[in-house]
Ligand binder design. Structure first.
Ligand code: NAP
Ligand code: GLV
Length: 310
């Protein structure tokens, strides 16, 4: 029986991947949502957000592929057990995230936000400047993207620590794990980078209590998901000058409302969920590789552990 893949997403990416599959796996049928003649034939769905009612509409679905590194948007808990969930392990996403985190940490370290604000008032003032070796960056999440970011920051000379669910040992990165080591990790962090997946355990993890554990003058970069942060608590700690800057790429509601307090806040820099974009070429290769593994009865890369939710 032929394998049938249904793609839902931007047209340009769909065409690129359809061509890639036609060249490499010509016996696999590629369909573009919503154009499916026989919905019963669909084996795999490739999407960011699945179509409504997809479980009923495609009753023989076996694999749900996220086009992104995260899977929270698929509502993992609601996907039936017989459908395997696979996330995108795209080297292009990892490279993009390493660039974005490096840029953001450097912008905080080099006072870019302060200089931009001073520019607007034609204010000539030189701020004190530390060396990178004196600045401690703490990364929440030491997965595919956290590890890439850590390498980039080490190359720039920063002191890097990381926090994960399970204990790790990494050369040059001071590793913390579990709830019991979270406070100690935060207390030694000058610039915090959130690169956690969104799960029941991590939703709201950056709140008044945890953010207060950061040393006075610390800054926060959120490139995980908006719901990791309790917005009001972050703004309060910035206003009280316990925190210095926040660079935020992800939000509980996207696009961010035009009247959201973040936009005009002088210590906040907003970017529109662009830290790491799925790259058609490298992500296409990752998808192709996984479909080949599936056809050869091999484990796919990026398979989601349901009990963990990531
Ligand atoms: P990953 O490889 O699954 O790594 C997740 C890391 O988080 C792991 O180190 C894991 O610990 C840790 N973790 C999970 N739950 C935890 C908990 N309760 N306590 C402590 N640590 C916990 O994920 P990834 O590929 O690095 O991606 C991370 C996230 O980045 C994605 O889920 C997505 O939300 C976000 N993202 C954002 C963008 C953007 O453009 N802003 C782009 C791509 C991805 P263990 O190692 O012990 O399992
Ligand atoms: C983007 O946010 C992703 O999860 O890839």
């Amino acid at each position: 029986m032929a394998l049938n893949i249904l793609y839902r997403g931007p047209e340009e990416r769909g065409q690129y991947w359809q061509t890639l599959f036609a060249q490499n796996l010509p016996h696999v049928n590629w369909h573009t949502w919503p154009n499916v003649a026989d919905k019963d034939t669909i084996d795999m769905l490739v999407c960011w957000i699945p179509p409504r009612e997809y479980q009923q509409d495609y009753p023989n679905l076996k694999v749900l592929f996220s086009v992104g590194a995260g899977v929270d948007q698929l509502k993992v808990n609601e996907v039936p057990e017989h459908i395997q969930i696979v996330r995108m392990l795209d080297p292009g996403i990892q490279q993009g995230m390493t660039e974005f985190v490096s840029m953001s940490v450097l912008n905080i370290h080099r006072n870019t936000l302060a200089y931009v604000n001073m520019n607007k008032q034609a204010q000539w003032q030189q701020l004190p400047q530390k060396r990178t070796a004196e600045v401690r960056v703490g990364i929440m999440g030491l997965g595919n993207l956290g590890l890439g970011a850590a390498t980039g920051l080490l190359n720039l000379g920063f002191k890097v620590a990381g926090w994960s669910k399970t204990a790790k040992q990494l050369s040059a990165v001071e590793c913390y794990s579990g709830q019991e080591q979270l406070t100690a990790f935060l207390q030694q962090t000058d610039i915090l980078v959130c690169l956690l997946p969104l799960t029941d355990e991590t939703r709201g993890i950056l709140n008044h209590r945890t953010l207060s554990c950061l040393p006075k003058g610390a800054s926060v970069i959120n490139v995980g998901r908006g719901e990791h942060i309790v917005e009001q608590d972050l703004v309060e700690l910035l206003d009280q000058e316990h925190l210095r800057y926040a660079i935020l790429d992800v939000f509980a509601k996207e696009p961010l409302d035009i009247d959201h307090v973040y936009w005009q806040h002088p210590q906040i820099w907003v970017t529109p969920h662009v830290a790491a974009i799925t790259q058609n070429d490298s992500a296409g290769q990752a998808l192709l590789g996984n479909v080949q593994r599936y056809l050869n009865n091999q484990a796919m890369l990026g398979a989601v552990e349901r009990t963990l939710g990531y």
